[in-house]
Design a binder for this molecule. Sequence first.
Ligand code: IMP
Length: 194
Amino acid sequence: MNFQLKGRVVFFATNNINKFNEARKVLAEYNMAVGMLGVKALEIQSDSLEEIAKASVLHAFEKCHLPIIVEDAGLFIDGLNGFPGPYSAYVYKTIGNRGLLKLMENIENREAKFESVIAYYSSELKSPICFKEEAIGEITKEERRRDRASDFGFDPVFKPANSDKTFAEVTITEKNKYSHRAKALRNFAKWYKN
Ligand code: IMP
């Protein structure tokens, strides 16, 4: 890669435009540009977001040989003993937010957290590097959103601590102040720029 671009450009292997748009805004804070690579990243079965993200970034790197990040995220609900955690994508696809709220109908403890692991890999590294962060909050009693068009995953049912709005009721800029993904990306950006 061109010397001047080194440390300033990175590629994000994802098919999720919401993740990409959030990442683009966070990395711009560090004068970094990010390109979206729609490579189908391998998702192994594991209880660990780090293991999933590491396997996924190596797989994506094999396809493009560019400095690349992938992200694996999960929603961990206290009252469900951490479920759905690493199985969040499957749960979202099958029962969605309505099913999740139904599952929690008689559960008093609504505390929950999102976790995000950003894994980075390039040809200069021996193995992928991970940056993990979380956003603490709670599961609301009903879905709350600004508009359906910008819906992203569990955003309508997750309200971060110290906020009275769900992630789906605020702008990307506002979500990026608290979100698991934005915090992990900031840690990555600080490391990458050095
Ligand atoms: P993934 O495996 O990292 O793509 O994410 C697991 C599941 O959690 C998917 O169903 C996503 O839609 C959902 N998810 C991940 N991050 C977020 C978020 O920031 N807000 C809401 N849902 C999310």
